[in-house]
Structures are given as C-alpha cells and as structure tokens.
Design a protein around this ligand. Structure first.
Ligand code: SF4
Ligand code: MSK
Length: 644
C-alpha cells in the first residue's frame, strides 16, 4: 500500500495569514478542519461530480456511464440530460427556498412588529416603508406607520402562496425583460409555488424535457431574486435601517483578547440585531467587567456578519472557511448561530476549547449546541440571555491557549442602492456618464462563497484586482466582501490599485473601487441597481456592460443566484465546476444557447486570471454593441491568446 501523502502546506489552502496560522494550530492540536475532511473524501464520486447519478426514487439509485460503455439510462429510462437537468433544478429550488424562507422569517417579524407584538424591533426606515407601500399599491395617505406596515406585510405574504399571475415587485424590471419572461413563460408567479412545482416536475415521470426543466429552473430562481431575497433585503432595511457606508474592520484580529468575544454566524439579522442591543446593556457590560473582561466584543461571520457590519459597523471575523478557525483562536466565548452555511463541525471544534455554540432557530438545530429558541416577542430578553452565557463562558477561557497573531484590516461597508445613488447626487446619470466616457468600462458583481477546493479568497481577490485594474467597478456581497476587505481592496485608498479612469471616479466620490453591497440575499441590490440603470437608459439589462462572477461558490443558494442573475440578463462566470458536465446538451444550453434565449449565459473558468479576460471581452463586446467606443486603456489586452 502506498503511504498517504502529507497534507498540503497551509499556504496552498488560503491566502490569509490569519487562516494559515489557525490551520497550522489545528494540525498541531490534531483538530480536524474542512480541508482535512475534503482530503478524506477524495477522490470524490465522478458520477456525482458530473451530475449523472440519481436517487429520486427507490427503483434507483441509478447512474449513467459518462464513457458510454455502461448504462446510458436509469431504471425508469431517464438519460443523462434528464438526470443532470433534474438535479440542477432541485439544487436551484433548494437554494431559492433557503433564501426565500429567510425572507419569510423577516416578513413574519415585520408583520408582528406592525401588530406591536415584538420586543426590540421598530420600523427604522419609514421612507423605505412608504416607497414599498406605493410600489405594492398600499395607500399611505393619512395612515399610521403601523397600518401601512400591516398592509405591506399582507401583500408580501401573498407573494409566497399567491394565486396571482406575477409576484409583487416586478415593476422594477425593465419592460423588455418582463415581456421576454412572459414570452418564455418564466414570469415567477409565487415564491413557494415555483419551488414546489420544481420538486413536482423533477419527481419520476413528470417533466422529461431537460430544456423545459431548466426554463422552470430560471423561473424558480427569479422567484428568489425578485421575490424572497428581495423581500429579505427590503424588509431588513425597513426594520434595521438602510445601510450607509462606514468604516469597519475585518479578519481574525477583530477578536480582542481583553474582552468577552461573541461571534454571530449565519444569515438572518433578526436575532443578531437584538444581541447588538443587549451587548450595550450597562448591566451586562458591568457583569463582563466583574468577570475580569474589559467589555463585550461582538464579531460577525458569513452573512449575519455582513448584515451587522453594513448597518452597525460590527467588525467581521471572517467568511465561510473561517468558522472553524475562529474557534481555534481560543479567544471565542460563544458562537451564536441562526442558519445556512454553518458547518455541523463547529460543535466538534468547540469541544476542544471553552467556546459555547448557541443555536437559535428551531429549524436549525445542532447536536452539541445549547439551543435558545428565538421568539421575537421576547427578542431583547433572549438577546440578553445569550450575551450573559457568553460572559459566563469567559470564566472558562484558558489565557495560555489564546492565539491571536494578526492585526485587523480596515474596510468600508454599507453601499445600499440608496447610498450609491446618494453618492451620485440622487441619479444614476454620473455613473452613466463615466461609463459612456470609458472611465468606467462596466461593472461586475463578484459574489458568493468559499469552497475548500479553491485556495481560500484567492479567486475573489485575484479576479477583483484584475477587474479594477481594468477600470471595471466591482460590487461584492457575502463571502467575497470579506475576502476583498481582508485584502485591503475595500477602502477609498484602494482607488490607487484601480486603472486611471476608475481611480479618478472613486477619488472624486471618496469611494473604494470595490463596493460592499451586503449579504447573500443582498445580491438583489445588484439586480435592482442594474435594472435602475437599464430603465434610466431605456434599454434591457442584457445590453449593459455588466457581468457576474462566483469564483469560489459552494452552495445551492449560489446556484439559484447565478440562475436569476443570468435570467435577468447578466452573463456569469463560475469558478467551481457545477455538476452538469455529464450532459453536453445541458452544458451547451447553459453556456451557449441561453444567450439567444435570455441574452446572457454561464461560463465556467477556475482560473481567476482567465476569468478576468473572459469578463473583459464580454464587457467590451457589450460596449461596442451600445456604440461606446471610447479609448480602452485596459491592462488585459483582449487579443491575448488566453481562451475561456
Ligand atoms: Fe433511477 Fe429514474 Fe428512479 Fe432516478 S428516477 S433513481 S433514474 S429510476
Ligand atoms: S455566507 S452562501 S458561504 S457567500 Fe452568505 Fe458565504 Fe456563500 Fe454562505
């Protein structure tokens, strides 16, 4: 038997000094991390990687031989096209459901707040509430905020289980795109409906046309992007405040050895917002001091962290692959989790330290964690109870086991669409002028997760850097925002890294060349901005010099995001291969034919340098089609022989 090869150097796994240090510590202390578990799984199943395995019924499981020598049909007769399309359709439905259910949870708290039945919540952005009410046809004149909020909640509830022909916020979409969706039969009718229908269609013996399944996949994803996720974003702004740019800090160095450290992890801001209130409670601060700490230090992880960072300036400890490593610092008293992207392994790592993992959502339980059930009627009291537990855990910290070696980095966060338009003087025209003049060639949303198959943050940071060097404005959300923040690319001073045109625009506005638009549900902010730009110019979104990228994606939510971005007219590059390559028909449909159907398509390119070339070519082609021929000073020459 051959000996197991040694694990790769930590520098091959991540570009972060903070992450490298903790990976090495984990090895020294024999604590298993995500990278170890990935190695233990390798080689991963080739059938599943190609998307040609199926477990949809008990006549299976079945698999199609990609080399054409073994079975070409499942027991029911499904071929590779059907199986790949069904698997992808179900992944879209799962991702869209996750985001949309998050939206529903916020909607329920919003509705209860309108009824005066919550503690610790209020309508913080009345202007936005009024704008939403007008958009949704709710009368605002001579009515109280509570009455308006109650009606807005009712209308939004209907978007989930509606009998209408279309969900409620589609008037933001350019007319040409709306007409196209109608013609294709992919206008989202109801959020729950489209996802339930996807599960129905992909049951054995229902939809056996891969094109038809995938068209419905676009519809399901649109119910997320223009429905559930958009509700999450809009109501979070109404309840917790619409973000405005502010300076915060990022990386593991935001943990403070002298304080009680509590990490807030997951996606939903409803509980974390009241924890922020509780952490300022004088009685609890006094208790922390009594226990010997200098105070209470809240830090964020993943998208709950993004929500808090952009509204409250709470520092960000890290993105997806940092969740085990933050416990490895030995300085974390409590990790409070809500849902999504929380590895079940965090409770195992926590056992090696004094950290208490506290789960809070009844739909997301973690064996080994303390469960404190979230109830908005007792929001503040629950927030206090959680903070108190963190303080009590501080007594068990072993100072000799604390290892914090990295200084935090500053970053700017909080660019809501309202903040961006505000910086531009209330209209997209200055942005349009800069694009027409060629100072800004176009804009790209670089979004999504980390994946241990990719060197952590390398994809996000490299792609973003090449784009800004080439005068392409970058909008980031989710884990990409954390990666770029850690790399120092999200401060106004980072304009120095940009090409001359983008640099000039950023310096005149005092903004970074990489703008933080928020959490994963806030990808809707990118959609809304793109639609506003298209409406301003009287064109469709697909005509604009825009692109999307998810260099390190891992989750089903990212598949839904990619699908709704493409269905909205923005071509998107994926850095991790999706499980579709077992069907060349599906690959051709998504990477080629879709362009003729929705004016946008997918590409897969693991190398961020080459992905930057693909995007540059795409953006310059869009500019040419619009007749924008201003001088192109880019550093990536389009005639370079790099192909995607
Ligand atoms: Fe096999 Fe068809 Fe059942 Fe899938 S649905 S497991 S391909 S028999
Ligand atoms: S947290 S969905 S790993 S971006 Fe939104 Fe990060 Fe992806 Fe989760």
């Amino acid at each position: 038997m051959s000996a197991t090869p040694p694990p790769p150097e930590s520098s091959a796994l991540t570009i972060g000094a903070d992450a490298r240090d903790m990976i090495e510590r984990a090895r020294e202390e024999r604590v298993t991390t995500v990278w170890d578990r990935l190695r233990a799984q390798e080689p991963q199943c080739g059938y599943c990687s190609l998307g040609v395995s199926c477990t949809n019924c008990s006549m299976g499981p079945c698999r199609i031989d990609p080399f054409g020598e073994g079975p070409q049909r499942g027991v029911c007769g499904a071929d590779a096209d059907i199986i790949v399309a069904r698997n992808l359709g179900r992944a879209i439905a799962a991702g869209a459901s996750a985001h949309s259910d998050h939206g529903r949870d916020i909607l329920e708290v919003f509705a209860a707040t309108a009824e005066g039945k919550t503690a610790g919540y209020e309508i913080r952005d009345e202007t936005k509430l009024h704008a939403l009410a007008e958009e949704l046809g709710v009368t605002t004149e001579a009515r109280s905020t509570q009455d308006i909020a109650r009606d807005v909640a009712d209308v939004m509830m209907e978007d989930y289980g509606t009998r209408k022909k279309a969900i409620g916020m589609l008037d933001r979409v350019p007319d040409a795109r709306r007409a196209l969706w109608e013609q294709l039969g992919i206008t989202p009718r109801g959020i729950d409906r489209e996802n339930v229908e996807m599960l129905h269609r992909t049951h054995m013996g229902v939809d056996n046309d891969y094109t038809n399944i995938l068209l419905h996949g676009l519809r399901a994803s649109l119910s997320d992007g223009w429905g559930g996720s958009l509700i999450a974003t809009e109501l979070s702004d109404v309840l917790f405040g619409t973000p405005q740019p502010g300076i915060s800090k990022v990386n593991l160095g935001v943990l403070d050895e002298a304080q009680v450290n509590i990490a807030l992890h997951g996606h939903n801001p409803v509980l974390s917002d009241v924890i922020v209130q509780a952490a300022q409670d004088e009685e609890l601060v006094a208790l922390a001091r009594e226990k010997g700490a200098a105070g209470i230090n809240l830090v964020g992880l993943c998208c709950t962290g993004n929500e808090l960072q952009m509204r409250r300036g709470i520092p960000m400890a890290g993105n997806h692959l940092m969740q085990e490593l933050v416990i490895m610092t030995g300085a974390l008293e409590a990790m409070v989790v809500d849902y999504q992207c929380i590895m079940p392994s965090v409770t195992d790592v926590a056992k090696c330290f004094h950290t208490e993992v506290i789960s809070t959502a009844d739909k997301a339980r973690f064996p080994g964690a303390t469960h404190i059930s979230f109830d908005p009627e007792r929001g503040v009291a629950i927030g206090r109870e959680i903070v108190r537990r963190g303080i009590m855990a501080y007594e068990h910290r072993n100072p000799d086991r604390v290892r914090l070696s990295t200084a935090p980095v500053e970053m700017m966060a909080g660019f809501s669409v309202e903040a961006i338009l505000g910086a531009l003087g209330g209209t997209p025209q200055p942005l349009v002028d800069a694009i027409v003049a060629g100072k800004i060639r176009g804009a790209v949303g670089v979004v999504g997760c980390n994946n241990p198959k990719v060197k952590q943050d390398y994809g996000h940071v490299t792609l973003t850097r090449r784009l800004i060097e080439n005068d392409i404005l970058v909008l980031v959300t989710g884990c990409s925002a954390v990666a770029n923040g850690k790399a120092g690319q999200m401060l106004p001073a980072a304009a120095e890294m940009a090409g001359s045109g983008l640099r000039e625009v950023c310096q005149s506005l005092g903004i970074p060349p990489v703008l933080h638009l928020g959490s994963c549900v806030d990808n809707t902010r990118i959609l809304v901005l793109a639609a506003a730009l298209a409406n301003h110019l009287g064109v469709d979104v697909s005509q604009l010099p825009l692109a999307g990228a998810a260099p390190e994606w891992y989750s089903e939510k990212a598949i839904s995001i990619g699908a709704y971005v493409v269905a909205s007219g923005v071509s998107t590059v994926l850095g991790v291969q999706p499980p579709i390559f077992g069907s060349m028909n599906v690959v051709k449909l998504l990477a080629d034919d879709l362009d003729d159907v929705v004016g946008a398509k997918f590409a897969v390119e693991p190398d961020p340098e080459r992905a930057a070339v693909w995007i540059r070519r795409h953006i310059e082609a869009k500019r040419q089609e619009l007749g924008l021929t201003a001088h192109d000073p880019g550093t990536i020459k389009l005639e370079d022989p790099a192909h995607v």
